[in-house]
Design a protein. Structure first.
Length: 148
């Protein structure tokens, strides 16, 4: 979605390159990740870098935080879940400690599935630029492994 002076243009992302829009430095545009949750991302052009012939594009030069978990229910559901997560983790750890103290190691093992399910949520503040660029190279090479 491109917005210009009150007029919005929708276009197929596979049919247009960002350079065709001729954005200026510090200009912003809205990217709608619609599917069914209605995520919107505001993107700001920070700089134009010279193309490096040794590099595969697209290429990430920096970032902050990890992508959100798939199927997290949209922006409002994400915020509610994120905000209640610390309470849930505290409760879960207390249950694990109680099970451990009681010597119920089977119950502790059973809780490992709960911990694994939380792993993606607990690492939201992490960002791995190298891993992202590896996935971008896979995407560019039409390697389906980029989806994992």
């Amino acid at each position: 979605m491109y917005h210009d002076g009150g007029i919005s243009f929708s276009t197929d992302a596979d049919q247009v390159r960002l350079c065709e829009f001729k954005f200026r430095i510090n200009e912003r545009f809205l990217y709608k990740y619609v599917f069914r949750d209605g995520w919107q991302h505001e993107v700001r052009i920070e700089a134009r870098l010279a193309q490096d012939e040794k590099r595969t594009y697209p290429y990430c030069i920096g970032g902050k935080r990890r992508a959100l978990p798939e199927e997290c229910g949209g922006p409002l559901a994400f915020i509610v879940r994120r905000d209640t997560l610390s309470l849930y983790v505290a409760d879960l750890l207390e249950v694990i400690q109680d099970d451990w103290a009681a010597g119920d190691f089977g119950a502790v093992r059973d809780r490992s599935e709960d911990l694994e399910a939380l792993q993606e949520w607990l690492g939201l503040d992490e960002f791995d630029r190298r891993a992202l660029n590896r996935r971008l190279r896979q995407y560019t090479a039409h390697d389906e492994a980029w989806r994992c």
